[in-house]
Design a protein around this ligand. Structure first.
Ligand SMILES: [Mg+2]
Length: 176
């Protein structure tokens, strides 16, 4: 039997990104991590409906030596615990590493699909940057873009766009 998942980008969807000059950055230490209000209760609702909750995140600051791997892992573990995710898949590489897991490459999605026998056609991805949306598009996954108006390029090809992650989550709950 296959199951549907909601793929959740981490920074900007589950916890607040650190925004400097209207550009988003990852928190680099556990005491900078703030879960976004209203997200946890909606994730609980999605879980009750039967969706698996799968985090997928790029954390290149580790490869860039701006953050320690231990801190990256500690933040991931904290977010998993707070948001009661079934699993979080993380890419700690940067572009020069030429990995297949750094979004917009869909390696993390493929890994989750294999591990959990996921039904891509019944699943969703929520993210706040073009890399998230392009990852979804690479595997024909419905993409919900949360538009914070960051000063950066964006994908034009999101399935739907929302101003806040809680509204994207509500849409999936109500679509069920
Ligand atoms: Mg993000």
């Amino acid at each position: 039997m296959t199951r549907a998942a909601v793929f959740l980008d981490r920074d900007g969807i589950l916890n607040h990104a650190t925004v400097i000059n209207n550009k988003p950055f990852s928190p680099r230490a556990i005491d900078e991590v703030r879960i976004i209000d209203g997200v946890v209760s909606r994730l609980e609702s999605l879980k009750k409906i039967g969706y698996l909750l799968i985090g997928i995140t790029n954390q290149p600051d580790v490869a860039r030596k701006l953050m320690r791997l231990e801190d990256g892992i500690q933040i991931n573990d904290f977010v998993v615990e707070q948001c009661k995710l079934d699993r979080l898949y993380c890419c700690f590489h940067d572009d020069v590493d030429c990995c297949n897991c750094r979004k917009p490459k869909p390696g993390l999605i493929y890994e989750a699909v294999r591990d959990y026998r996921l039904d891509i056609n019944a699943s969703y991805l929520i993210g706040d940057r073009w890399r998230d949306i392009e990852t979804a598009n690479a595997v024909n996954l419905r993409s919900y873009f949360v538009d914070y108006g960051y000063d950066e390029s964006r994908s034009q090809y999101a399935t739907l766009t929302f101003p806040h992650p809680t509204l994207a989550l509500d849409h999936i709950i109500q679509s069920h």
